[in-house]
Design a protein around this ligand. Structure first.
Ligand SMILES: CC(=O)SCCNC(=O)CCNC(=O)[C@H](O)C(C)(C)COP(=O)(O)OP(=O)(O)OC[C@H]1O[C@@H](n2cnc3c(N)ncnc32)[C@H](O)[C@@H]1OP(=O)(O)O
Ligand SMILES: O=CC(=O)O
Ligand SMILES: [Mg+2]
Length: 532
């Protein structure tokens, strides 16, 4: 019997720990039930539509701009809602998980905004699902503190204006198995949304900001429409004015790149722009065209930079689309993190500066960094371009032409090769990351790079694509077969720290997502199934 007061039809199967009742309130659970009953069927339909489109592409169809929404694209009269308080100046945004220490460090980082991540950087352990919003609420109340096992004490800096908090709920694909409504698993997206809105929505408004969100991994404007409806339901339910919620949608799937205008249009009363989620985007390019042969084989992950033609085309189109509609265009994550090795560290900052300089020059209004020590660099680079202006939405980028969208699909012009070292690196990163994820850490530094769910998806999808398209390594001329991958897996595990058995669960998950005949849509799905 749950110690919580549960609304009719709601069941909680996860343990109820200290303070959970402050987040799993009757009001929050009622909102989850309402959202589930009104929207979950549509969510499942859209997931089926994704699978149908992948099959059509496998059969030879190509993505393109939609005929049925041409009027939305050609109508120059509509704009998204005006910039909301706290979202005018987004020149540097920090991102990171919502455990107590990271919350405090992120909010003390000096960034303009902070993406509080329930998504790529988070493992959706039951504890993380409930404690994330609790930590955010404590932060808004300024009661949050933390003492590390070594005795280091953490509190928010006094009298400091905190970065604007933007919460990123899980993508539509992930269920929340610990909360059931009418016997059905709920949607991780709707659970994260509802728990945060109820716990923190009014508090944010009282502080002159609002409940703001990042929306992840969408593939269609019809998925954005479900979010918009969730916002309308949520605002009425908690009694805040319609239009108070704002959402920045990540354009991080290839199908969504063909529907940027439509996504902004669907969310226009709640929109705060688009973000170029480069890592999931690259994953999505591989995933969507994974069976279409040589023209879509992506070279070694670390050689695909943001300046290769298909990536540049997507980011420039994103800026143009946003600014045409009065929306913010936010750049993506340079995965470099500081290193104790001086040469590596210098190179990381040089690459970060080059990446943010390109984004600022291309018209982005701000961008992301993964680490507090990188906030100043990003801020300085954008300030050189923005000066005292809070953003550059008036830079319209009319020079960028979408054409028929074929530039977005031009993978074959990407310089680079598939090499033996690239394959080994993918195997190594995927194994290490999966181990970390299954242990509850969704973001981790590996070989001086930030790795999270999106970057790991690239690694395992490249391996699947290479096996299933009979790719050979350019340098050693070896066929990338299942047998070769399994041999390297054992070699890599033998070299990694700890006992080989420490990697058993990671290895089993890796085999499901990188080597199995059937391609898993997301690595987080089989990984989540393994979790309590
Ligand atoms: C593809 C995408 O979606 S990108 C967005 C999602 N991904 C992310 O948000 C990843 C964010 N980054 C991180 O999680 C971290 O930077 C990691 C895991 C990559 C590296 O973290 P660490 O190994 O702790 O790095 P490091 O030891 O250099 O950290 C130094 C300090 O900075 C803090 N720190 C580092 N990154 C962050 C962060 N993103 N947010 C808050 N604090 C941070 C650490 O907690 C640590 O604090 P301490 O000195 O008080 O102990
Ligand atoms: O979420 C961001 C990405 O790059 O993926
Ligand atoms: Mg992502």
């Amino acid at each position: 019997m749950s110690p919580l007061a549960l609304p009719d039809g709601v069941e909680i199967t996860g343990p109820i720990e200290d303070r959970y009742e402050e987040i799993l309130t009757p009001q929050a659970l009622e909102l989850i039930a309402k959202l589930h009953r009104e929207l979950n069927g549509r969510r499942l339909e859209r997931l089926e539509a994704r699978a149908k489109r992948v099959k059509e592409i496998a059969d030879g169809a190509d993505l393109g701009f939609l005929e049925e929404t041409k009027s939305v694209r050609e109508d120059d009269s509509w704009q998204v809602a005006p910039l909301a308080p706290g979202l005018e100046d987004r020149r540097v945004e920090m991102t990171g998980p919502t455990d107590r220490k990271m919350v405090i460090n992120a909010l003390n980082s000096g960034a303009k905004a902070w993406l509080a991540d329930q998504e790529d950087a988070n493992t959706p352990l039951w504890g993380n699902v409930v404690l994330g919003p609790l930590n955010l609420r404590d932060a808004l109340d300024r009661t949050i503190d933390f003492t590390s096992p070594e005795g280091k004490a953490y509190t928010l800096k006094p009298d400091e204006e905190l970065p604007t908090i933007i919460v990123r709920p899980r993508g539509w694909h992930l269920p929340e198995k610990h909360i059931k409504v009418d016997g059905e698993e709920t949607s991780g997206s709707l659970v994260d949304f509802a728990l945060y809105l109820v716990a923190c929505g009014q508090k944010q408004i009282d502080k002159g900001r609002g409940p703001y969100f990042y929306l992840a991994k969408m593939e269609s404007h019809l998925e954005a429409r479900i979010w918009n409806d969730a916002f309308k339901i949520g605002q009425d339910f908690v009694g805040i004015p319609q239009g108070t919620i704002r959402a920045t949608c990540l354009i991080e799937t290839l199908p969504a790149a063909f529907e940027m205008e439509e996504i902004l249009y669907e969310l226009r009363d709640h929109s705060s722009g688009l973000n170029a989620g480069r890592w999931d985007y690259l994953f999505s390019v591989i995933k969507t065209y994974r069976t279409r042969g040589a023209d879509y084989i992506v070279p070694d992950r670390n050689t695909v930079t943001m300046t290769v033609p298909f990536m540049r085309a997507y980011t420039e189109l994103l800026v143009r689309t946003c600014h045409k509609r009065g929306a913010s265009a936010i750049g993506g994550m340079a995965a470099f993190i500081p290193s104790k090795d001086e040469a590596v560290n210098t190179a990381a900052y040089e690459k970060l500066t080059a990446d943010k300089t390109r984004e600022a020059g291309d018209g982005f209004d701000g961008s992301w960094v993964a680490h507090p020590a990188m906030v100043e660099t990003c801020k300085e680079v954008f300030t050189k371009v923005l000066g005292d202006n809070p953003n550059q939405i008036d830079k319209k980028r009319e020079d960028v032409q979408a054409g028929d969208g074929s530039q977005l699909l031009d993978v074959k012009s990407t310089p680079g090769e598939v090499t033996a070292a690239g394959l080994r690196s993918n195997i190594d990163v995927a194994l290490q990351y999966l181990k970390s994820w299954l242990e509850g850490r969704g973001a981790v530094g590996i070989h001086n790079l930030m790795e999270d769910a999106a970057t790991a998806e690239i690694s395992r999808s490249q391996i699947w694509q290479q096996i299933n398209n009979q790719v050979k390594t350019a340098d050693t001329d070896e066929l990338i077969s299942k047998d070769l991958v399994l041999k390297i897996v054992d070699e890599v595990v033998a070299e990694l720290p700890g006992d080989a058995s420490d990697y058993d669960a990671a290895k089993a998950t890796f085999l499901e997502v990188a080597v199995a005949d059937e391609y898993a849509d997301f690595l987080t799905l089989p990984a989540y199934a393994r979790m309590p």
